[in-house]
Design a protein around this ligand. Structure first.
Ligand code: IVH
Length: 728
């Protein structure tokens, strides 16, 4: 994995004295003339200042430029070099910017093994674990002679269960002596891990010094993770630097921790959750696991607040099911929950086996990432001629469904991921519905494989595919490509467009194949005699079809504009366009500037509309439709479709919709908001009035709403909002 540029680079031209003077800090003691007492005081002062600024820096709120920070740090380093007795383990010189250290990754033998957990892959396995626990405890109390009958579940109680998130990161053990962090190690093989103290010291969540009365020796265990927001920012930086993206937060966290240069780790912004007391010498005595966590939290260690204590297995089952449903609402990944017998005496009685404790189990969610074989990359042609590459996969069960195909979006995405037919690839299907190919498993790439090349010709019509400069999409440029002919007609007759009943995809296909139909104008001069002869048609069905096609001539202009498959013109833009120009002839005459002025349009949409109306095929189409008698002008305001005045309940409000609603299409919900005077931006910000969530909402929108305090409402509340303008 390529490493980013040196984190040390930054502006460093601010004179040190200006900073110290401006902040009213004592001038540094002259190195030669300073007494040890002066030096000691200055060292303490510098340590305090640097710790303060480094906390702000890692919290993303730096108060001073990097160069000022570096000057203070250099001053401290110089003083510490002169007076090594003043170097303290919690000095910032030991924490950030420590130079690469040859002793990193030295083996560390764990005093107590860092064990793994047994898994429960569904509720049945969770119940089976619970039963084993009950039996083991009952057997333990039955006495050595074993004269009693086989114990049953009811015979004994395990007391409460502690239930915590199972963080998907990297387990580490952190050792404090007299309250100061002295060593951190990875799990390794469970007995021996790697020394990652230098990296762990840079993790802002992990205190270098414990708060409160600390025991002489304390060893805690927990998980190093990367928050999703931090992960996304890291990948954005990787992309800026032309480096490869990390595949998931877990890998990125592992890569960040196992850095020789702690400055790189520091830059990554790792987080930590402490979930287990390893060993304490001279600490208070505890009865339960939960008490130990509370104590660890009181020492300043980050303990996850989602941990709960539950009385019986039914409550545990409800809890894990609830978190499984909500797992994508969080800013970090967890791949299940850990259920632990809370009572420490019972834990001791249950003990451990070779691999894991008997007193705990990991309830694992179905995996959202799996590997499978990429059989081939094919290209599908969309109704508007867009050529989209997609992966044909050996079917794999991931995220709760069997996935056999996954979109690869466009040529650049395939190149960026460098996935090739024959590769073993990681497939991900998480919160969102659409499965994604994350990337190849390079170690399993077959020898001699070549990067995939986009096909030159359309798989439907055989004509050349084209990619316009500056565009990511590849298109079949053949206006008469059968897929596009069908696509345009299918869209035109659709419910939200001209709403022509009795003409589904199958019959469109038949009519096109029989050369009864080649464009939407042809709908208005269909040869009904021939159709009546076709299998499945009779007098009644032909009359129905004829009538619904006749009816469509009276649809409002906004519907027609939407029906024409003009790129960028969905239902909402079509309404705005109709309302702004009033007639198709005015649009034909409008220049790009005038189009760009239309509310919500701008130069890109304007150019796309202009290009469409300038295409001779489309000019012919419009003239054909005009001749057929379709409405080419908007009705006066108040008529059907255009400009009807609804109460402006949402004036000044920004309402974002995410996920699938039952009563609205995506565009329909947006339209309903706009029609009532509101706006409906594509993303959540601090100015958003409400986030409406349907089924499968986007995780990032939810997170953003949660962090910005934007009310999140369901469909019923949305209906109410539309009517009244008020939130519940
Ligand atoms: S307790 C002796 N609690 O899961 C039991 N582990 O699959 C120690 N993990 O190696 C583990 N969250 O890295 C525990 N709340 C949690 C956890 C957790 C994540 C990890 C840990 C462990 C792995 C086992």
């Amino acid at each position: 994995m390529a490493e980013p540029a040196d984190a040390d680079a930054g502006p460093r031209n601010v004179p040190r004295r200006s900073l110290t003077a401006a902040r009213g800090v004592a001038e540094p003691a002259d190195a030669d003339a300073g007494t040890t007492r002066d030096s000691a005081a200055r060292v303490r002062e510098l340590q305090a200042m640097l710790n303060h600024h480094s906390a702000l820096y890692y919290a993303g709120r730096p108060e001073i430029p990097d160069a000022d920070f570096d000057d203070l740090l250099n001053e401290l380093k110089a003083l510490e070099a002169q007076h090594p007795e003043l170097v303290h383990p919690d000095s910032p010189t030991q924490r950030v910017g420590a130079p690469p250290d040859d002793t990193v990754f030295a083996p560390v033998r764990h005093d107590q093994p860092m064990m793994s957990l047994h898994n429960a892959l569904d509720l049945g396995e969770l119940r089976a674990w619970n039963e084993r626990v009950h039996r083991a405890l009952a057997a333990g109390t039955a006495g050595p002679s074993g004269e009693q009958a086989l114990p049953t579940m009811e015979d004994t109680s395990v007391g409460a269960y502690a239930v915590e998130l199972k963080f998907d990161g990297l387990a580490i053990s952190v050792r404090y002596v007299d309250g100061v962090l002295v060593r951190a190690a990875t799990r390794g093989d469970g007995r021996t891990g790697e020394d990652v103290t230098h990296s762990v010291r840079t993790i802002a969540d992990i205190p270098i010094r414990l708060s409160g009365p600390a025991p002489p020796v304390l060893e805690v265990r927990g998980e190093v993770i990367l928050r999703l927001s931090t992960f996304e920012a890291l990948n954005a930086r990787q992309a800026e630097r032309g480096e490869k993206a990390y595949v998931n937060p877990r890998n990125a966290a592992a890569g960040s921790l196992r850095q020789k240069d702690a400055r790189v780790t520091a830059e990554r912004g790792l987080s930590f959750w402490c979930y287990q007391l390893g060993h304490a010498q001279g600490g208070p005595a505890f009865n339960s696991h939960m008490q130990t966590l509370e104590w660890l939290a009181s020492l300043g260690l980050p303990v996850d607040e989602h941990g709960v204590c539950l009385d019986d297995l039914a409550a545990v089952e409800a809890h894990v099911t609830d978190y499984e449903r909500r797992r994508h609402e969080f800013d970090y990944e967890f791949d299940g929950l850990v259920v632990k017998v809370d009572d420490l005496a019972l834990q001791a009685q249950l003990g451990v086996d070779a691999k894991a404790p008997r007193w705990a189990v990991a309830y694992k969610f179905p995996p959202e990432e799996r590997t499978t074989k990429l059989l081939d990359i094919e290209v599908s042609i969309g109704p508007s001629g867009q050529a989209t590459p997609f992966a044909r996969l050996e079917p794999v069960f991931v995220g709760g469904v069997t996935v056999a195909t996954a979109t690869l979006h466009n040529e650049d995405q395939v190149a960026a991921k460098d996935v090739r037919p024959g590769d073993t690839v990681i497939v991900r299907r998480a919160g969102e519905v659409i499965p994604e190919v994350v990337g190849p498993v390079l170690s399993e790439r077959p020898e001699g494989s070549e990067p995939w090349a986009f096909p030159r010709d359309c798989p439907v019509c055989g004509q050349p595919l084209r990619r316009a400069e500056g565009m990511s999409a590849t298109q079949c440029a053949n206006y008469w490509c059968p897929r596009q002919i069908r696509g345009r007609i299918e869209h035109f007759v659709g419910r939200a467009a001209m709403d022509i009943e009795f003409l589904g995809e199958r019959n469109i296909d038949r009519f096109v194949t029989a050369e009864l139909l080649r464009d939407v104008v042809g709908l208005y001069s269909l040869d009904y005699e021939k159709i009546e002869q076709m299998e499945g048609f009779g007098e009644i069905s032909v009359n129905n079809l004829r009538r619904s096609i006749e009816d469509s001539k009276h649809r409002p202009l906004s519907r027609l504009l939407f029906a024409l498959s003009i790129p960028e013109i969905g239902q909402v833009n079509a309404r705005v366009l109709a309302a702004s120009f009033g007639a198709i002839d005015s649009i034909l005459e409008a220049d790009e500037e005038a189009l760009a002025e239309v509310e919500g349009f701008g130069p890109i949409i304007a150019a796309s509309v202009r290009a469409w109306f300038d295409d001779p095929h489309n000019r012919d189409l419009i003239e054909g439709l005009r001749a057929a008698g379709l409405r080419m002008e908007a009705e006066r305001p108040g008529g059907e479709g255009e400009g009807e005045a609804l109460p402006q309940t949402l004036a000044g409000m920004a309402v974002v919709v995410s996920g699938t609603l039952e009563g609205f299409s995506r565009d329909g919900a947006k339209q309903a908001i706009l029609a009532r005077g509101g706006s409906s931006p594509g993303s959540v910000s601090g100015r958003t009035s409400a986030l409406v969530v349907g089924a499968d909402p986007g995780a990032s929108k939810l997170r953003k709403a949660e962090s910005s305090g934007v009310p999140v409402i369901d469909e019923a509340a949305f209906q109410q909002l539309l009517e009244t303008g008020r939130l519940p």
